[in-house]
Design a protein around this ligand. Structure first.
Ligand SMILES: [Zn+2]
Length: 295
């Protein structure tokens, strides 16, 4: 499908650690798919050991009280169920090219160095213009409780980002000399805003039109033990909170890996809307009552 915006279609590649991590950029991917761009999603692991809250709950009970139906589900069965969920979630946003890798969890580069070559091969196959991945550093508020503030502790998300960035470098400089595969350079890299404090975010993508799909996607991750109410609340807090800081209704945040070089000072369509639209309309826009730009 040709791009609708009068430009050549873009190829986006999202490389994330676990299946659910796709949701943090799903609205943005949906927007680009609708514009005629293409999106490939790669998960570094199948999430077979991640977020199995029901299993952990059973294991926390005395042995005679444990439910064998939950306890006897193998990691492979759990991962297969999660893969089915992710395929369905991707479909909501029009994404068909989903590649689930099966790196051991927790994902650590020192244990799975082959992951760099695997992602390099994906880059050389897809030849994306845009790479979306986690932040290769960890300053997220979530790290306070789960990964150690700061943080010098390793975690799957940062290791995934480092892997993707290493693969990006190798794909750009050292292609496969034997098979004559040409190198590939990625034009822009965006880190997921959920991995950083909100004031690190420098790009907000307005996903107001995709909020229901985000909720629907969140509800579909049944393997993670979350109720529909939890799913709705999560989107309200995360995409709603990001939208608040982006001065819109719902948004997904990103951090550019490199500063922009432009021919002149940029003034976005949204900045002009903010400067000219009625103040009351802007309040109502943030509350989702009226829709101003940028569309
Ligand atoms: Zn994750």
């Amino acid at each position: 499908m040709p791009a609708q915006s009068g430009r050549d279609p873009l190829k986006l590649l999202a490389v994330v650690a676990h299946p659910h991590d796709f949701t943090h950029c799903a609205g943005t991917c949906g927007i680009h798919m609708k514009m005629g761009d293409s999106v490939t999603v790669v998960t570094m692991t199948d999430g077979g050991r991640k977020h199995n809250e029901r299993f952990l709950d059973e294991m926390s009970k005395p042995e005679h009280e444990r439910d064998p139906a939950i306890l006897n589900q193998s990691i492979e069965e759990y991962a297969a169920a999660k893969a089915r969920e992710l395929h369905e979630v991707c479909a909501i946003f029009g994404v068909e090219d989903l590649r689930i890798l099966t790196m051991p969890e927790p994902f650590r580069l020192r244990r799975s160095p082959e992951a760099i070559d695997l992602i390099r091969d994906v880059i050389l196959d897809v030849r994306p213009d845009v790479l979306i991945t986690h932040a290769p550093y960890d300053t997220s508020p979530a790290s306070i409780s789960t990964h150690g503030r700061g943080s010098m502790l390793l975690n799957d998300h940062r290791e995934c980002a480092i892997t993707a960035m290493e693969a990006k470098l190798i794909a750009a400089e050292v292609a496969d000399y034997e098979s004559r595969i040409p190198p590939h350079r990625i034009a822009e890299v965006f880190y997921l805003g959920v991995d950083v404090p909100h004031d690190d975010v420098d790009v907000y993508i307005d996903i107001g039109e995709w909020k229901q799909q985000r909720v629907q996607a969140e509800c579909m991750f049944k393997t993670q033990g979350q109720s529909d109410e939890f799913a709705r609340y999560r989107v309200e807090i995360s995409a709603g909170g990001t939208g608040w800081w982006g001065r819109t209704n719902y948004a997904e945040g990103f951090v550019r890996a490199e500063p922009e070089t432009l021919p002149c000072l940029p003034v976005s369509a949204w900045a002009k809307v903010r400067a000219t639209a009625s103040r009351v309309d802007q309040l109502q826009h943030r509350a989702g009552q009226v829709k101003l730009g940028p569309q």
